[in-house]
Design a protein around this ligand. Sequence first.
Ligand code: GAF
Length: 386
Amino acid sequence: MTVQELKSAFQSAYGKTAEAVYFSPGRVNLIGEHTDYNGGSVFPCALSFGTYLLLAKNDKKVINFKSLNQPEIISLGFDQLTTPLDKSWVNYPLGVIAQFVKRGVAITEGYDILIWGNVPNGAGLSSSAALEVVTAYAFNDQLETGFNRTVLAQIGQKSEHEFALVNCGIMDQFASANGAKDHAIHLNCDTLEFELVPVKLEGVKILISNTHSPHKLDSGAYNQRVAECKLAVEQLNKVRPLKYLAELTEAEFKSIESAITDPVAHKRARHVVGEVQRTSDAVKALKAGDLTLFGQLMNASHVSLRDDYEVTGPELDTMAAEAWKIDGVIGSRMTGGGFGGCTVSLVKDEAIDTFIKEVGAAYEAKIGIKPEFYIAEIGNGACKIG
Ligand code: GAF
């Protein structure tokens, strides 16, 4: 939908003109998976698609929420802003508003809100973070709270913990808040220091392959991974004081790994330590223009997420394995939380059509689902459009 069409939709929903329009993007992570909540680094890019939020003040002391994907308007009084609703999409924006309230921000005026997004839902491209961050950005602007983009990302993350009950790291919200056109974000998730690294891909595109097998971030498997990493840290603490797995080099890990007596926690920790190293190597490779090495690291990341972290499954594994067979594919791996969702591949221009045709056909023949492909454009972070 165009912004003009969204404004007309706002007019139809509320019988008045929208006073402001905001946007925040989804993200694709190039490498650095399941490292964020382990104090490691990540390397995502904001996408050009995301979530739009239109609003106008009302004089009724209520906040009205309407999504263009849902029939009804949900209306909440000021005393209902800090309690999650039962299984409602509204928990994403509501959880963010609750964070403002918890930080002592007074909500004194009502708002009519309309939301629409073009990030495919359940694809692991952070549609929920885009919705959280666009809400945080809009309320920060409206209420003149002056939080910086990092705080807005933290507000989104906290809201995900408390209202969606997913103990996620900071990567998705941070990328949505701080993305920059044609750059990837090398973020240290412990210190929150980051560097924007130009992504100059001569004759190569970032291709996203949607398995259409919904990733189930709230299914408990994600929180289970977080808990398994915590257990690994606890067991390692018997031999070395440690806050995060990402503090260990691969050599240090090898020298103390026997302290992790739980075999599952041991595999999870091995992935994290290796992925932190791969992410650092991949950022260096990209800066040096060594895409071949970057691609090899992407492939190795997928294998580790498949074998040690066990967050891939047949759909993502088939998509990646079929991609690896195509001439002109520099690297391919699952992206995001896993358990379904998308892969990200670096593909030479001349191989894009073959990729879509052959990987698409092989995936459909093996899995029985028609996949979808998008050429990613790296966009900016949250903004006010008008
Ligand atoms: C999901 C989470 F929301 C992120 O914080 C991150 O952990 C990612 O999975 C895995 O890298 O997208």
